[in-house]
Design a protein around this ligand. Structure first.
Ligand SMILES: NC(=O)C1=CN([C@@H]2O[C@H](COP(=O)(O)OP(=O)(O)OC[C@H]3O[C@@H](n4cnc5c(N)ncnc54)[C@H](O)[C@@H]3O)[C@@H](O)[C@H]2O)[C@@H](O)CC1
Ligand SMILES: Nc1ncnc2c1ncn2[C@@H]1O[C@H](COP(=O)(O)OP(=O)(O)O)[C@@H](O)[C@H]1O
Ligand SMILES: [K+]
Length: 523
């Protein structure tokens, strides 16, 4: 499903009226009606105590339309308007007049919110229609007090379009924000509903189409979309292991024995053909006992047990053999090893996945990435990408998507910005918001599994962009699968690795289960 930023919605709006003659008034009527419909889907409207908290913009207008629809279904609706009535928009004004003529109790809250607070506590349902995509500065003063009162009401909260106080584009909380049980968003979901902390405020998201033409909802100019599964290529019967990709993993050290194992073995468990692990010779016997299907390349070590620079030529030979190269997991930050990575990055003429310490190696030397011709996939979490670019985590959080789009283009790379939710960016500027995964995955080793799965998806024959985003989806799905079996505390890299085959079978055989679990509901 496409995801629309504020600027995208504004363009859709423009086209809706100029190209299709679908006026704002029609859109608002449908928007308000969809909010009422959601509420009627879980509660009998007659006698239902509803409090609408409306701003003076069109988000408020939507709330007033919902009030009218619920009142006509017999609900007991109280409306509170917050804001300077001099500034009320035309459409909100029209709808305010309508409900006043219907005799609905409407109160303009200027300063004292004690009446409102009382009503909020008594309400069955509160409709949050203060701000939507018009939010353009931190919430303060009376608005902030009203939002606190809504959050303290203990009533069920339905947010109109976006929980008020959440930035629709970035998911940042602008001072204070409503914590909703449900959000009915119009046309398409906004990024701020899918990125934390906004995602935490949205509650269950329903997407109401409100009669936007499909052509607008699927417009190619919309660069963000939810990360939906791609069709996995069939494993042809007359194949040999070379068909599913020969992957070379340059990973591990005496200190980190898990990382090379999780990445090289996950590759096989997620469908890869031939996994070759070039690692510190000292740990090969140990790893061999844990994963005999992996082929090992014992490497010379530095005194601290990391991969020594002396292996450079051998590693370039191995890279010639491979279809895919993954470098980084568990390498350590031993200077000699980082120097080896820096020298290898521009010389490896194959699709290269750079993770963990491999990313640390190129931090501040991004031209090594830029001058690569073969595809590059980077898999940093927030801390790593901050180190990579020298931009602070706070700055990045202000606009994750904008930051990622710029970086992917600058580095001509596919970048997985890991976290909740993980974002996948492509060199052409597309962004995929991944909806699988859970906090239990925030555990050492989890990222190493992802490296193996990306290599496997490439090995299965997906193109680089599809392989990268499908791997992120599969990886999070595995994390969710383990959490459902073992509980969220039991999610470990090795358990995720073990369930990879079942996850792939699920996605191959009944993808509809995936959609039922992860896709946003439409209304
Ligand atoms: N395609 C569309 O644009 C549609 C929009 N609709 C509704 O219209 C909304 C957008 O309406 P508006 O653009 O009028 O803006 P909003 O109603 O989102 O915001 C109201 C006004 O609040 C003011 N404001 C912003 N931040 C503030 C703050 N921190 N403190 C105090 N005041 C603040 C702004 O001046 C803004 O105009 C959407 O979110 C949606 O709910 C719907 O009617 C359906 C169609
Ligand atoms: N709160 C969260 N919700 C969903 N996924 C998460 C969350 N926190 C972390 N993850 C996922 O867990 C994985 C953590 O990987 P990473 O940070 O590289 O761990 P490590 O480097 O220790 O292997 C990433 O795929 C990330 O998307
Ligand atoms: K709102």
């Amino acid at each position: 499903m496409k995801v629309a930023r504020v600027e995208d919605i504004k363009r859709m709006d423009e086209l809706a009226s100029t190209k299709y003659g679908i006026s704002q008034e029609i859109l608002m009527e449908n928007a308000g009606a969809s909010v009422a419909r959601l509420i009627e889907s879980f509660a009998d409207a007659s006698g239902l105590r509803v409090v609408v908290v409306a701003g003076v913009g069109n988000n408020g207008g939507d709330g007033l339309v919902a009030a009218r629809h619920l009142a006509s279904q017999g609900a007991d609706v109280n409306v509170y308007i917050i804001g300077d009535l001099e500034k009320i928009t035309t459409l909100a004004r029209i709808n305010l007049d309508r409900i006043m003529r219907m005799g609905l109790p409407v109160e303009h809250v200027a300063e004292d919110i004690s009446g409102l607070s009382e009503e909020l506590h008594q309400a069955d349902v509160v409709i949050d229609a203060l701000f939507g995509i018009g939010l353009n500065r931190p919430v303060s003063g009376l608005y902030a007090r009203v939002i606190d009162a809504v959050n303290g009401s203990g009533s069920l909260v339905v947010s109109v379009d976006i929980p008020s106080g959440v930035n629709g584009d970035t998911g940042q909380v602008m001072g204070v924000a409503v914590k909703a049980d449900y959000t009915v968003t119009f046309g398409l979901p906004k990024p701020g509903l899918l990125i934390y902390p906004g995602a935490e405020h949205a509650g269950e998201i329903y997407v109401a189409r409100i009669s936007y033409p499909i052509e607008l909802l699927e417009d190619e100019n919309l660069v963000i979309e939810t990360n939906d599964p791609v069709q996995l290529p069939e494993r042809k019967p007359d194949t040999h292991k070379g068909d599913y990709g020969k992957a070379l993993f340059i990973a591990g050290s005496r200190r980190y024995m898990g990382a090379p194992l999780f990445s090289a073995y996950s590759f096989l468990l997620a469908g890869g053909g031939y996994s070759r692990l070039a690692t510190a010779s000292n740990i090969v016997p140990y790893l061999g006992s844990k994963a005999s299907e992996v082929v090992y390349e014992p490497l010379l070590e530095t005194p601290s047990g990391s991969i020594s620079y002396a292996n450079k030529d051998r590693l370039l030979e191995l890279a010639e053999w491979a279809d895919i190269v993954a470098m980084g997991p568990g390498l350590t930050t031993e200077e000699e090893t980082l120097r080896l990575v820096r020298d290898l990055v521009p010389l490896i003429k194959k699709p290269l996945i750079l993770d963990g310490d491999g990313l640390t190696a190129v931090a501040g030397a991004l031209e090594l990435i830029k001058k690569r011709e073969a595809p590059t996939i980077l898999t940093p979490h927030l801390g790593e990408v901050s180190r990579l670019t020298g931009i602070s985590v706070e700055r990045i959080r202000e606009d994750r998507i904008g930051f990622l789009r710029t970086l992917c283009r600058e580095l001509n790379s596919y970048i997985v910005l890991k976290g909740a939710h993980t974002l996948v960016g492509t060199p052409s500027g597309k962004i995929y918001v991944n909806l699988t995964g859970n906090p239990g995955m925030a555990k050492a080793g989890s990222g190493d599994v992802l490296v193996g799965v990306i290599a496997a998806m490439l090995g299965l024959g997906l193109d680089v962009g599809e392989a990268t985003r499908m791997a992120v989806l599969v990886h999070g799905y595995a994390g969710d699968y383990v959490a459902s079996l073992e509980g969220i505390d039991g999610v470990t890299a090795s358990r995720m690795m073990r369930v990879l085959p079942r996850v792939l079978r699920e996605l191959r055989e009944n993808p509809e289960d995936f959609y039922r679990t992860y896709s946003l509901q439409t209304l």
